[in-house]
Design a protein around this ligand. Structure first.
Ligand code: ADP
Length: 867
């Protein structure tokens, strides 16, 4: 079974698991109080020199296994323990959907929380963070471990408190933004995060691969350039594809042709469009991208009068995110919407570099193996496949290939019709909102009821409820990419959720809670009469959970409520079990893919929805030669085959040659995108090292109580730099340089400059250093007299302010640099090397500027006291 690991490791792990299960038997007999004491006992063991975290692993895992059992009645499977061991050893564990990864994270989270250094469990959205944290709180109640939760709605103070917990649930974007904000704060008290210790990333492929291409950015507004955007839009409406510009769909790029350049120059009355001092080219290219490559309801939607990004992989809405470098504004111009002010980047980081800040990192997902290489090269993480608890017996049928897209969709709709008639639950994955709506329309015509799950705001909050129903008989569910939906599909339905929905509906319809005053039996009798097959209403399980919790908090009846919920759940359990049997007889969940995605991993995620925990299930992809993947990445050979076989539009072919060439097309695309991410990473590494240097310096200053030394050091550096220049100058210039130095030090006494220049350079240096100290001491005495302690505050303020301003200018320069290097990359030099060299120079200039300006400002600070 465990052939993915070396024999040694397998045997070692087998032994550990046996040990855990033996300890489990013992600890299971403990009272709740004794169980709780386990935590302090294990923590104590850790302080023992001979012990370490690996030594206490078996007992910690056994302890958490008992806590899980008491809180949820679930008993961890061995494969879950195996997954947790792999996570503990900084790997990525590939565990299929439905294998219970949430509990795996909790298991390894417990062990690592015992070190009191913080454990972050990172999810892709607030819904999952809340759901998982709720479960964790129930479990860790048994163990004296504090669980923190941070979502978009958490305020500043609570963030700090929640970061200080033993284990914190948080989304990747909240984590990143907090990191950036912390590094912009000017008071120690404002800092919310602790040092990054250990992170467990759920759906690690979504976060580290799919989202790796868009950096997190905190930006401040600068002026609005409406005119430029609108003029560029109008201008590009006059330009034609293939004549004035060429589209490279592969790289999502657009290049102006010679004729295009001439037209633009003529219309704008310019001599040279590519002059560095002319702003136009950026606006024109963005307007063209907006026109040709970014399509409404596919790449973005309009929500609350805002252009909102739709994640191309997951179909999720990316709230608050904006495309950078003016692209977002160009799309706003295209949609005739108000154009947001252009943003100046204040701070930014990519997820790649954010997660590399952790001392220890690991992740879990259903699909990682295809990206194994990347995980290793960039994050130094190995991918370990964990076997499923039950053997997977799902059938993945060969693709059906149609000649035209139209006939493909017709075939899919008719397949749905057949499945609906026999009652087999079917899940159809589409690649974007537009296509899911197309299919929905076709099903309307066939009069088949279905649920639609896509990235639109009116649907997204219902997603958990829809998925709960997706395994019930006759369910037809259309969904955009399934990545990260986080809720697994249970055949026959989820009894507890159905029970909650029934109670909630009843309370809402009767619009009072009085009925809870009735005898429990009576309530059950009433609720039992509700047919669960009629439950396909617009219900959001998240809202239900929240509302019901409110009722429980406010109402004295919570005990009776729980009894009702329990009894009702038991009733539905039986019904669901029967329904599950029927569904299994029909073959289990049927998953239909409607297009091969650019990445095999995303296809695997969709397939993985079916066949959980040893259930029967089937998957099949319906594709056409007009699909993007074929069109863009070479489907000619296939088209030729089809022509030769003389096949009409309606007849699909099922062939191994076709499937193979499809897979190879996907591999081509994957490696293409990998190269882009790798390139991004390599470029980003340069700025990342600089960021680490600046943030470290900043932190040192922020945490220091005595910053005088730092200022003196900056001053001395600056003097040395000036003297270095001085050495190389002509006599005449030398005087100017000395004057500059004196000005910096705020010395305008009638100093004899001639006698100064007659000294040797070391003497001058020494003299100026001395002057610096004297000046500074005088300044200090002066300010101390006026207001004690003020000088230290001023120092800190100047230091942080100058660093921040200079750094912000610097990152904006760096992004321009990257763009320019891209444009001139046709030269001999490797653009990356050229970028590194120039970036280094920019950095040195920035540091010099910081030192100079801080020295200059501090020596000139005066206090004006308002009376
Ligand atoms: P994944 O994230 O791997 O898809 P989840 O963590 O969402 O899986 O769990 C899927 C389902 O399996 C949940 O309903 C959970 O309660 C259940 N489950 C997890 N572990 C066990 C177990 N050891 N025994 C029985 N059911 C389990």
């Amino acid at each position: 079974m465990l052939n993915f690991l070396s024999n040694n490791t397998v045997n070692k792990n087998k032994k550990i698991i046996k040990q855990i299960n033996q300890l489990y038997k013992t600890i299971n007999k403990y009272s709740n109080k004794e169980l709780k004491e386990q935590t302090s006992k294990l923590k104590n063991q850790l302080t023992n020199k001979e012990s370490n975290i690996n030594k206490i692993l078996p007992e910690a895992f056994a302890t958490i296994k008992v806590a899980i059992k008491r809180a949820t009645e679930l008993e961890l499977f061995d494969v879950q323990l195996l997954g947790a061991i792999a996570l503990h050893n900084s790997n990525i564990t590939e565990m299929k959907t439905g294998e219970g990864k949430t509990l795996v994270a909790i298991t390894v989270g417990y062990l690592n929380s015992l070190e009191n250094k913080g454990v972050h469990i990172i999810t892709v959205n607030d819904y999952l963070a809340e759901r998982d944290a709720r479960l964790a709180k129930n479990i860790f109640n048994y163990l004296n471990i504090e669980i923190g939760l941070i979502t978009q709605n958490t305020n500043h103070n609570n963030r700090k408190i929640n970061y200080a917990c033993h284990i914190t649930y948080i989304t990747n974007s909240e984590l990143g933004f907090d990191y950036l904000r912390d590094n912009m704060s000017t008071h120690q008290n404002d800092i919310v995060q602790r040092d990054f210790n250990y992170a467990i990333i759920d759906e690690v492929d979504s976060i580290l691969i799919d989202e790796a291409r868009t950096p997190l950015i905190i930006s401040g507004n600068s002026e609005v350039a409406d005119n430029l955007y609108n003029t560029a839009k109008e201008l590009t409406n006059e330009l034609n594809n293939k004549v004035h510009y060429k589209i490279d769909e592969k790289s999502k790029n657009i290049i102006l042709t010679e004729e295009g350049i001439l037209s633009c120059e003529k219309i704008l009355n310019l001599k040279n469009l590519y002059n560095v001092n002319s702003p136009w080219i950026k606006y024109i290219i963005n307007a063209l991208k907006a026109k040709e490559l970014f399509i409404k309801n596919r790449d973005y939607i309009i929500k609350n009068n805002q252009v909102t990004i739709v994640d191309e992989f997951t179909g999720r809405i990316m709230e608050g995110r904006r495309w950078s470098d003016g692209l977002h504004q160009s799309i706003e111009a295209k949609e005739n919407m108000q154009i947001a002010a252009e943003n100046k980047t204040l701070a930014s980081i990519t997820y790649q570099n954010l997660f590399l800040l952790y001392k220890k990192l690991c992740g879990m997902t259903g699909t990682a193996k295809t990206e194994e290489n990347e995980f290793f090269k960039i994050y130094k993480l190995n991918v370990i496949e964990i076997p499923t608890n039950q053997k997977c017996i799902r059938k993945d049928l060969p693709d059906l290939v149609y000649r035209s897209e139209y006939s493909k969709w017709k075939a899919i709709a008719s397949e749905c019709f057949d499945m609906y008639k026999i009652g087999r639950p079917t899940l159809i994955g589409t690649t974007n909102v537009e296509k899911s709506e197309l299919l929905a329309k076709m099903l309307n015509r066939l009069r088949i009821p279905y649920n639609l799950l896509n990235a639109k705001p009116e649907n997204i909050s219902r997603e958990a409820e829809i998925i709960t129903q997706a395994g019930r008989k006759h369910s037809i569910t259309i969904s955009t990419n399934m990545a990260g939906r986080g809720t697994d599909i249970i055949l026959g339905g989820n009894p507890e959720k159905i029970a909650k929905i029934v109670i909630y509906n009843y309370i809402n319809k009767k619009s009072n809670l009085a009925f809870l005053n009735k005898k429990e039996d009576q309530i059950i009798q009433i609720l039992k009469t509700i047919k669960i097959s009629t439950l396909k209403e617009n219900i959001d399980i998240e809202i239900i959970d929240k509302d019901l919790n409110k009722i429980l908090n406010n109402h004295k009846l919570s005990k009776s409520f729980y009894n009702v919920l329990q009894q009702l759940t038991n009733i539905y359990k039986k019904l669901c079990r029967e329904e599950r049997k029927e569904v299994l007889e029909l073959g289990g969940l049927y998953v239909i893919g409607t297009e091969r995605h650019e990445s095999r991993r995303i296809d695997n995620q969709l397939r993985g929805r079916s066949g959980r925990q040893g259930d029967k299930g089937t998957t099949r992809f319906f594709i056409s030669l007009q699909d993007n993947l074929f069109r863009i990445f070479g489907g000619e050979t296939i088209e030729n085959i089809m022509k030769k076989l003389n096949i009409d539009d309606e007849t699909p072919i099922e062939s191994i040659i076709l499937s193979r060439s499809l897979s190879s097309a996907q591999k081509k695309v994957e490696s293409y995108f990998y190269d882009i991410r790798k390139q991004l990473f390599e470029y980003d590494e340069v700025i990342n090292n600089q960021r680490i240097a600046i943030y470290t310096e900043r932190k040192k200053i922020l945490n220091s109580t005595f910053t005088k030394d730092c200022i003196i050091e900056y001053g001395e550096y600056t003097i040395n730099e000036i003297i270095n220049i001085y050495q190389k100058e002509t006599e005449e210039q030398k005087i100017k340089v000395i004057q500059q130095a004196l000005k910096l030090l705020n010395i305008n006494d009638n100093l004899d400059i001639k006698s100064l220049t007659s000294m040797n350079t070391n003497e001058i240096k020494y003299f100026l250093h001395e002057q610096l100290r004297i000046k500074y001491d005088l300044k200090e005495v002066y300010l101390e007299q006026l207001r004690p302690g003020l000088i230290r505050q001023l120092e800190k303020y100047y230091l942080l302010k100058q660093i921040d301003n200079a750094w912000q200018d610097h990152i904006n320069k760096m992004s321009l640099l990257k763009e320019y290097i891209g444009w001139r990359s046709y030269g001999q030099q490797d653009p990356l090397i050229e970028y590194k060299n120039e970036a280094f120079n920019l950095f040195i200039n920035m540091v010099t500027y910081i030192r100079q300006s801080v020295t200059y400002l501090v020596l000139r600070s005066r206090l004006i006291i308002n009376k």
